[in-house]
Design a protein around this ligand. Structure first.
Ligand code: PEP
Ligand code: MG
Length: 307
């Protein structure tokens, strides 16, 4: 089955009822991109992983070269550059941060750069350059407020007119951002739901702590309801993607598609299986209201045996 899935992986994933779901790859290295067989592009480049071991921040040219290599490895398909998501579980050697009592609730992601925008600006310069060579989107992590979105977009636009075709979006990984998606996403090209952090913040369960791993389950109906809220309330014309680990689980991927998500970004090795499962599915047969009203992730999982 795996071999057929591999052979088929390069084709787009179209469900039985005719919905095309783009399945992209999460990438933290050029190697990840090279081995992401069947990826329709990258829906998430973790730039803080790509350059995580550097003592000195990579310059603009070096970043452009690295993003270009990833794009090439993906056959020129679209790439999504996430700006530095430092803090919490993601240290960056070239950007040491002061110790905090609760790093996951502290200065993380976009929050870090309001006071020190230089590295953020360099990254936006690199994004603007690579966008002239290959289809590119940029997205901002750990957004909570509209003020943050406006700040980030203003920083991008302060560097000059936006390159043609450059898509701009935010990650939705904070429950407050999901709940006010209608205002937050106005004027953007896309939003991408980070289910790893969204689950952690919704269930108040540390994503890296095995003792609460059962609580931090992306199939918790509370998390699914937030995802459903985003799909239903995002402004018209703004694409909704999911790039958290939930998208790498074939059964969950089908549910996300049934909720209306048309782009998933999964870990490379899972792409053939996710695409294969989507092709076998008929999204119209999934009673999403019933799924969302289940009492637990276990109940959702039991339900998923039927699709
Ligand atoms: C997420 O939070 O779901 C996500 C995709 O980002 P990361 O795992 O890098 O925090
Ligand atoms: Mg995250």
């Amino acid at each position: 089955e795996r071999e057929t899935a591999l052979a088929e992986a390069d084709r787009p994933a179209v469900s039985r009822d005719g919905q095309t779901v783009h399945v992209m790859a999460n990438v933290g290295s050029v190697e990840d991109a090279r081995t992401a067989f069947g990826a329709d592009g990258s829906g998430l480049i973790r730039t803080e992983v790509l350059f995580g071991d550097r003592r000195e921040a990579p310059g603009v040219d070096e970043q452009v070269a690295a993003y270009g290599e990833i794009a090439k490895a993906l056959g020129g398909r679209p790439i999504t550059i996430r700006t530095w998501d430092v803090g919490g579980d993601k240290p960056l050697a070239f950007l040491p941060l002061p110790a905090e009592a609760n790093p996951f609730l502290g200065e993380r992601g976009l929050r870090v750069f309001r006071d020190r925008p230089e590295l953020f600006r360099d990254q936006l310069r690199a994004v603007r350059e690579i966008a002239g060579e290959t289809p590119t989107r940029v997205m901002f992590p750990m957004v909570t407020t509209l003020d943050e979105v406006r700040w980030a977009v203003a920083e991008l636009d302060a560097l000059g007119p936006r390159p043609d075709g450059l898509g701009v979006g935010i990650m939705v990984e904070v429950p407050a951002a999901a709940l006010r998606i209608a205002s937050l996403a106005a004027g953007l090209d896309f939003v991408s739901i980070g289910t790893n952090d969204l689950t952690q913040y919704t269930t108040a369960a540390d994503r890296g702590n095995g003792a609460v791993a059962q609580l931090a389950d992306g199939l918790d109906p509370a998390v699914l309801r937030l995802i459903d809220h985003v799909v239903r309330n995002v402004p018209a014309g703004v694409a909704v993607a999911v790039c958290g680990d939930l998208a790498s689980d074939p059964a969950a991927a089908v549910l996300l598609a049934a909720l209306g998500v048309r782009e998933l970004s999964a870990i490379g090795p899972q792409i053939p299986a996710v695409k294969a499962r989507l092709r076998q599915s008929d999204l119209t047969t999934i009673n999403t209201a019933e799924v969302l009203s289940q009492p637990s992730s276990a109940a959702v999982r039991a339900f998923s045996a039927g699709w």
